[in-house]
Design a protein around this ligand. Structure first.
Ligand code: ZN
Length: 240
């Protein structure tokens, strides 16, 4: 398989660790390039009140926590922008479209990854990020051959008697719409735990969402405008 370039685009530091981290780790180990673009510093998170931090202070801590993750997962590049956290949904989307377009032109990724339409947690920045990235991708794909796939990190709808998200409500994707199911090995499950551990200020949320248990050894993606049944078993499955 030829060397590919992945660009993960998320609104907040920590979004990369709630599931994608071990997949990013695997891609790097397979010799691919993995780039991360984070649009805000995540300082507006409610957990800042637990510690009495201002948005700015919390953003600096979040940024530092993401730098810890990058020691674990050697991203090819990591860009943390400072757009007002919590405000992405309220900001002019054309501003973000422009930023994302410029970044895609610089990296020339083959696979772009972001949140699905439901944003998993439903955070409005996640929803805005989905809409903006999808719009930019579709627009650019016509002119740029390097763009091969748009993937959305997701969770499949569980059986009726099973609940995901701990004390939080999470949104899921119908099973038939999930295109990719990745089984993590033990070392990768460990990477997931270690990546989440980097977010010391978020340890209560990590516990309350039951995220480590829910993920177990599976990470799922939906692909834009592609349908795989059976599901592919790697994020670059069927791409050469
Ligand atoms: Zn987030």
């Amino acid at each position: 398989m030829s060397k590919l370039k992945f660009l993960y685009i998320f609104p907040h530091p920590d979004d990369e660790s709630f599931g994608p981290a071990p997949v990013m780790y695997r891609s790097i180990n397979e010799g691919h390039e993995v780039h991360l673009l984070t649009l805000t510093k995540g300082g507006a998170t409610k957990v800042r009140h637990q510690f009495g931090y201002s948005i700015k202070e919390m953003g600096e801590i979040r940024e530092q926590e993401l730098h810890e993750v990058s020691k674990l997962i050697p991203f090819t590049s990591m860009t943390i922008l400072n757009h007002q956290d919590g405000g992405m949904a309220k900001s002019n989307p054309i501003l973000f479209e422009h930023i994302i377009k410029k970044h895609i032109e610089k990296i020339e990724p083959n696979i772009v990854v972001t949140y699905p339409i439901h944003g998993i947690s439903g955070h409005h920045d996640h929803l805005a990020c989905h809409a903006i990235v999808k719009r930019v991708y579709v627009d650019m794909k016509e002119k740029h051959n390097y763009l091969k796939r748009l993937a959305f990190l997701t969770i499949p709808t569980p059986d009726e008697n099973k609940h995901v998200g701990g004390m939080y409500k999470v949104n899921t994707t119908r099973n038939k719409d999930v295109d990719c199911e990745i089984t993590l090995n033990k070392n990768e499950v460990n990477i997931l735990k270690k990546a989440l551990d980097c977010y010391g200020t978020y340890s209560s949320v990590i516990k309350e969402t039951n995220v480590i248990n829910d993920i177990g050894n599976k990470v799922y993606f939906e692909f834009y405008n592609e349908n795989f049944n059976p599901r592919v078993t790697s994020i670059n499955g069927e791409i050469n």
